[in-house]
Design a protein around this ligand. Sequence first.
Ligand SMILES: *[C@@H]1O[C@H](CO)[C@@H](O)[C@H](O)[C@H]1NC(C)=O
Ligand SMILES: *[C@@H]1O[C@H](CO)[C@@H](O)[C@H](O)[C@H]1NC(C)=O
Ligand SMILES: *[C@@H]1O[C@H](CO)[C@@H](O)[C@H](O)[C@H]1NC(C)=O
Ligand SMILES: *[C@@H]1O[C@H](CO)[C@@H](O)[C@H](O)[C@H]1NC(C)=O
Length: 196
Amino acid sequence: MAVKNHNSAVHLGFVWLVVSSTVLLQTSDGHSWKKHSLPKPCRNLVFYFHDVIYNGLNAKNATSTLVGAPHGANLTLLTGKDNHFGDLAVFDDPITLDNNFHSPPVGRAQGFYFYDMKNTFSSWLGFTFVLNSTDHRGTITFGGADPILAKHRDISVVGGTGDFLMARGIATISTDAYEGDVYFRLCVNITLYECY
Ligand SMILES: *[C@@H]1O[C@H](CO)[C@@H](O)[C@H](O)[C@H]1NC(C)=O
Ligand SMILES: *[C@@H]1O[C@H](CO)[C@@H](O)[C@H](O)[C@H]1NC(C)=O
Ligand SMILES: *[C@@H]1O[C@H](CO)[C@@H](O)[C@H](O)[C@H]1NC(C)=O
Ligand SMILES: *[C@@H]1O[C@H](CO)[C@@H](O)[C@H](O)[C@H]1NC(C)=O
C-alpha cells in the first residue's frame, strides 16, 4: 500500500513537471507575449550630443571626465587599447539639433557611462537629457547597454518630466563622429510609445 502511494505521488509529480514545462515552453516561444500589440509611436525626436573627454590638456573644453578606473590605471587617460574595461566617466554634454558642435545647444546630456566588456568596446549608458529651449522644456531619462561598435544601438527611454512627462520608448543611438579618445558625437533618435 505504501509503495503504491509512493508510486502515484511520483506519477503526479511527473505529470506536474510535464504540464509546467509545457506552460514554460508556450511563454518562451514569443507568441503568447504578442497578445498586446505595441501602440503606434506617439512622438519622434532626433538630437545630437557631443562628448569631449578630458585628456589632461583640454580642461576648458572637456565635457566629460574619468572618475573611476581599474586598480593601478591612470585616471587621466582611458585605459586599455582594446576595451577601456573598468573605466567610468561622468559627462555634462551639450545637446544640439544638428550634428554641428558649434550649433546653439538646446540642453545638456548629463550622466555616466562605463566600459563593461573585456573582449571589445562596449559600455553601459545612464543619462538624462535636460532640455530648456523654446521648443522643449523637460527631461528625458535613458538607460541601457551600448555595444559601441554596432552601427545602431537601442537603449530604453525609462521616463521623463515636463514636456516629456512619463515618457516611455526607445532611443536608437549611432556614433555620428569619432576622434580618437578625445571626442565623439552620438545621434539619438527617440521614439516614444507613451506620451501625455
Ligand atoms: C597619467 O597620464 C598623464 C598623461 O600621460 C600624465 O601626465 C600623468 O602624470 C599620469 N598620471 C599618473 C598618476 O600616472
Ligand atoms: C529655462 O529657461 C527659462 C527661460 O529662458 C529660464 O527662466 C529658466 O531658469 C531655465 N531653467 C533652467 C533649469 O535652466
Ligand atoms: C573643443 O573640442 C571640439 C571637439 O573635439 C573641437 O572641435 C574644438 O575645436 C575644441 N575647442 C577648443 C577651444 O579646443
Ligand atoms: C529616426 O527614426 C525614424 C523611425 O525609425 C526614421 O523614420 C528616421 O529616418 C530616423 N531619423 C534619423 C535622423 O535617423
